[in-house]
Design a binder for this molecule. Structure first.
Ligand SMILES: Cc1cc2nc3c(=O)[nH]c(=O)nc-3n(C[C@H](O)[C@H](O)[C@H](O)COP(=O)(O)OP(=O)(O)OC[C@H]3O[C@@H](n4cnc5c(N)ncnc54)[C@H](O)[C@@H]3O)c2cc1C
Length: 487
């Protein structure tokens, strides 16, 4: 078997690569290899059983067509035009895709985001943009935040909603199935590299991983997401693919009543607060806010269970949840941030007997664990109940925890009630995108014809930028393939 392009991973980055390729060249032979299932077969048993049963071979929340995007909130965070920076400078969520700035101008990045957004609109995303109507109110909030040494960064947000996101990706899957080959339930075990050039992949059924098969391709794209970040780090090590150790984001999911968050929810939908508070002055940010949403879990390999959150367009809770994440960067001698994150997750998962640990903020401040009876009598009713009441301070570490506590107290000065004792913390929430694969302008790794896109290689951290990196990838490949004879 030989293909023009092999894409590893059917997450938003991989499927946008495939989409943009077929839109421009129907004759290309394209293969997407995905270790999870078709979106039609993706289902989380927690919805029926109320608890995680650690699905084998892979968790449906993190793998399958549309990757981590399938059960996501579907918030497409657009860019924000800077008022204070250089003219025309843009801010992207967190460090999302900022690496692209080394090679692409602000105008080029804006164009690619706008173009990708239009693809989502074409497949049914909500035309309404949140966070743009209430400029005066937002400026007041920003001033209040600045007075308390916090930045409030705002972006227009297109909220698709979990159930609609699922429908949208289903339409994209149908579109692609008519035009390219997709192998589901198939895991890429290794790359085939000959004299510094990637020429194919070794795959196995996700159910019987010892029977390997080789598939050849002229160009191989890694779009493996956070789910595949650990595998990718191992592959980089084995094949001497150049990579750096980037930032690891560690923290918690915070849940509090909509009532407290009502202004922010109304004016912005999602507020991104960024703080650097004493004594450590680490970067702490709020992220992935879900008004009237639900706390969720995601399971990674080795049964690591992490917190996340989402919200539906239709079904609503009375709570808002958001991540509070601390960015840590290790330099010397320790350079394995993925391992650091995994160790914390394993410790806290063990303390929670294989479940997330939940703790009231007030209990944490008072140096006591939370008990089930505390949760039963709490004014904030958790939207995720398959959790273990306990004490997250046993695992999170003094530095991370101090950063989180001080940030919550600082935000409380902007949003009164943010530090209420009954507010809930779920831990851990960790983002595995810290193996940063070195790329050139063509998103090519140090191995010829091997490329990396999306969250897995540390290029992006969210839906719109992961998808945009896929579109950009396709454009590079189209140029390269147009210059050469295809198969
Ligand atoms: C509950 C939840 C809510 C979220 N909400 C939002 C949101 O509102 N807004 C936002 O911007 N982001 C959100 N995100 C994050 C967003 O989903 C990701 O940033 C995005 O999906 C990254 O896309 P990707 O293509 O890089 O990787 P992924 O979506 O992770 O896809 C990678 C795919 O590769 C497959 N894979 C990995 N290794 C292999 C291998 N060896 N062989 C074959 N296949 C492999 C995986 O199974 C997976 O399907 C959310 C995530 C979750 C889990």
């Amino acid at each position: 078997m030989k293909y023009d392009v092999i894409i590893i991973g059917a997450g938003p980055s991989g499927i946008m690569t495939a989409y943009e390729l077929v839109q421009n060249r129907e004759d290309l032979k394209i293969l997407v290899i995905e270790q999870g299932k078709s979106i039609k077969k993706r289902f989380c048993p927690r919805e029926e059983l109320g608890r995680c049963i650690y699905c084998k071979p892979y968790c449906s929340i993190t793998s399958g067509f549309s990757g981590a995007g399938a059960f996501s909130d579907g918030k497409l965070n657009s860019y924000h035009l800077s008022k204070t920076g250089k003219e025309g400078e843009i801010y992207l969520g967190g460090n999302d895709g900022s690496y692209l700035r080394e090679y692409y101008s602000n105008e080029e990045i804006k164009d690619i985001i706008d173009y990708t957004d239009k693809i989502y609109l074409k497949f049914g995303a909500d035309p309404e943009l949140q966070g743009i109507k209430y400029q005066k109110e937002v400026e007041k909030l920003q001033k209040k935040a600045a007075d308390n040494e916090i930045s409030l960064v705002t972006y227009p947000v297109r909220h698709i909603g979990t159930e609609k996101t699922h429908e949208l990706f289903d339409k994209i899957e149908n579109f692609l199935l008519d035009r390219i080959d997709i192998m589901f339930d198939t895991t890429v075990k290794n790359l085939i590299i000959e004299k510094g050039t990637c020429v194919g992949v070794k795959v196995a059924s996700s159910y019987h991983q010892d029977e390997e098969q080789e598939i050849y391709g002229s160009h191989v794209v890694l779009g493996v997401g956070r789910k595949g970040a650990n595998w990718l780090a191992q592959i980089c090590h084995e094949h001497h693919i150049e990579a750096d150790s980037g930032i690891i984001d560690i923290g918690i999911r915070y849940e509090l009543p909509d009532e407290i968050m009502k202004d922010v929810n109304k004016y912005l939908y999602e507020a991104k607060f960024i703080a650097r508070i004493k004594p450590f002055k680490d970067k702490v940010r709020t992220f992935c806010q879900n008004p009237s949403g639900f706390v969720a879990t995601e399971v990674y390999d080795n049964n690591i269970i992490l917190a996340n959150g989402h919200s539906y367009k239709g079904k609503k809770s009375t709570n808002t949840n958001l991540a509070i994440l601390v960015s840590h960067h290790f330099s010397t001698p320790f350079k394995r941030p993925l391992d650091y994150g995994r160790n914390i997750a394993e410790n806290l998962n063990q303390l929670g007997a294989g479940k997330l640990v939940i703790q009231r903020f007030g209990d944490l401040l008072n140096g006591r664990r939370t008990w089930q009876k505390d949760i039963d009598n709490n004014s904030v009713v958790p939207t995720l109940t398959d959790v273990t009441p306990g004490d997250i301070s046993f695992a999170l570490g003094y530095r991370t925890l101090t950063d989180i506590i001080e940030t919550i107290k600082a935000i409380d000065k902007v949003i009164p009630g943010f530090a209420n004792g009954d507010n809930l913390m779920y831990g851990p929430e960790i983002k595995f995108y810290s193996n940063v694969v070195k790329l050139n302008k063509d998103l090519e790794t140090s191995i010829h014809n091997l490329y990396s896109i999306g969250d897995g290689g540390g290029l992006t951290t969210g839906l719109i930028m992961a998808s945009s990196s896929g579109v950009l990838m396709a454009r590079v490949l189209l140029k390269r393939l147009n210059d050469k004879q295809t198969i």
